[in-house]
Design a protein around this ligand. Structure first.
Ligand SMILES: Cc1cc2nc3c(=O)[nH]c(=O)nc-3n(C[C@H](O)[C@H](O)[C@H](O)COP(=O)(O)OP(=O)(O)OC[C@H]3O[C@@H](n4cnc5c(N)ncnc54)[C@H](O)[C@@H]3O)c2cc1C
Length: 469
């Protein structure tokens, strides 16, 4: 992951400037350029690694606006960045000198509890949609963070706390409205442009700009969840993983090894020392949750046990507004974790100098694994665990050091553990990196669909899938 330094802001002049003025007149939304007072605020993304200065930001209001901007960018050979929640780990939602299609005003949400579906604008965040759904005791599983956009999360797959019970976010996707490279506004589903619908379920932002997603709602009348903080020993790590894999599918967990946060419910003598934070999410009644959680509570005396009944949204930990650390991430699907690997993991987390660093173990399986690998462009269905190292820090030097730390940690898992990675956690780029993200047959199919819908590779600011020849 690169940290990009500030360079002179690009200027709009001559014919291009006149073209942008005409575009602005056509649009319901706004065009923001370097001269606007909110340019800096609007170009900022969630990760401090990126500081790109786009030529302009198009704050679109509907699919027709998106189509106009796509047409303009294509005719003027401008790079397009698609921005939903701005959490791309590669900085793909901003562009140095190109056009940012900022979807944040596409925030409509239409919940139909009779049909058990929701249409959600692609500018919404996971937290916003979850909060709206909580009121109806229904759920779409997104990821672990409220601020992440449903745009990037969904087109990459979407791994979160409903993975074992209901599958990935894309497994709830019924349809989408998408603007293609040709500027066409299409509604895609299993019966219409089925190839494109397949590709946007894991193929990322390669195929167009999704303006709305239609998801299936799953009932969630009762939910129990929250953090269980345990001692950081290798035995607890492996015991946790074994218990999580054997747990009923109602329970999805993420185990995080991290420095103990200075929270009032944790003993001060632990602050800064490595602890295990088990994020527990049980989709069902509290009594059944207690049974499912018993093996985890028996692993060791918890330092804190905040697992309790409540709405699904309580799984999202508070996020500090305005905090934009540089993030380093490397991830791999793995089959299992043994005591030696767990020992190494805990040592690496303790030794990393970044103020916030973690190893994450996401236990998959269940409903996510029952979908056939060829059914969507997310093909790692049989992978039981996604393992990741993450560090958050400030400055270019620190980010480069943390990238190496994360990459070394993943390499230390051993070659037998190297079973590909998840596109939304893939911070490296290029052909080699694409081979890790997609199995050969999936990549070939994606390239063919890319050729059909985006033959000139207009949407290339992503884990880029080159069009088939
Ligand atoms: C703090 C943090 C926590 C995370 N947790 C999880 C997690 O629990 N589970 C998980 O699965 N992932 C997780 N991720 C990864 C996350 O899913 C990706 O970074 C995702 O791309 C972010 O989506 P976004 O809309 O916020 O990002 P953006 O930066 O806005 O978009 C990223 C890219 O996605 C594509 N894209 C975005 N919106 C659209 C659209 N409407 N149409 C077409 N393409 C689009 C574009 O290529 C765009 O460049 C996390 C990332 C971070 C930084």
């Amino acid at each position: 992951m690169n940290v990009v330094m500030r360079v002179a802001a690009p200027e709009l002049t001559g014919q291009l400037a006149r073209g942008v003025e005409t575009l602005a007149l056509r649009m319901k939304g706004r065009i923001i350029t370097t001269g606007d007072t909110d340019y800096d605020a609007l170009r900022a993304v969630a990760l401090g690694n990126w500081n790109h200065q786009p030529l302009f930001i198009a704050r679109v209001q509907d699919a027709a606006d998106v189509a106009d901007v796509v047409d303009f960018a294509r005719r003027n050979e401008l790079e397009i960045a698609i921005r939903s929640g701005g959490h791309s780990v590669c900085g793909h939602s901003s562009s140095a000198g190109g056009v940012v299609i900022d979807l944040r005003d596409l925030n409509g949400i239409d919940i139909d509890t009779a049909a058990m579906t929701v249409w959600a604008g692609s500018g919404l965040t996971a937290g916003e949609v979850s909060a709206a759904l909580d009121q109806h005791q229904v759920v779409v599983g997104f990821g672990d963070s409220a601020g992440v956009g449903i745009g990037g999360l969904t087109v990459g797959g979407g791994l979160g706390y409903m993975a074992r019970k209901h599958g990935l976010t894309i497994d709830a996707l019924l349809a989408a409205e998408i603007v293609t490279a040709a500027g066409d506004i299409l509604t895609v589903d299993e019966g219409n442009h089925a190839d494109l619908f397949w590709a946007i379920r894991g193929g990322g932002g390669n195929f167009g700009v999704v303006t709305r997603f239609k998801y299936r709602l799953n009932p969630l009348p009762e939910f129990t969840g929250g953090p269980l903080v345990l001692p950081a020993t290798p035995e607890v790590v492996t015991g946790f993983v074994t218990a999580a894999r054997a747990a009923p599918e109602e329970l999805t967990t993420i185990l995080i090894a991290m420095p103990c946060p200075p929270m009032p419910f944790l003993p001060p003598e632990l602050y800064g020392k490595t602890v295990l934070m088990g994020m527990m999410a049980y989709a069902g009644p509290a009594a059944a949750a207690a049974v499912a959680l018993a093996p985890f509570r028996a692993l060791a005396t918890p330092f804190a046990d905040l697992v309790r009944p409540g709405p699904y949204s309580m799984m999202y930990l508070p996020e500090e507004p305005g905090m934009t650390p540089a993030v380093s991430v490397r991830a791999r699907f793995i089959d299992d974790i043994d005591l030696k690997q767990a020992t190494d993991m805990l040592e690496r987390v303790s030794a990393c100098p970044a103020p916030m660093r973690m190893a994450q173990i996401r236990i998959l399986g269940g409903a996510a694994a029952r979908v056939p690998a060829e059914a969507t462009a997310y093909a790692h269905r049989s992978a039981p665990i996604l393992f990741a190292y993450l560090a958050m820090d400030g400055g270019a030097e620190a980010a480069a050091r943390n990238d190496r730390w994360a990459a070394d940690g993943i390499a230390a898992l051993g070659t037998s553990a190297m079973a590909g990675t998840y596109v939304n956690f893939q911070a490296e780029q290029g052909a080699d990196s694409l081979d890790q993200v997609y199995p050969e047959a999936t990549l070939e199919r994606l390239r063919e669909i890319k050729r059909r819908y985006d033959p000139t590779n207009l949407f290339r600011l992503n884990q880029n899938i080159p069009p088939a020849a």
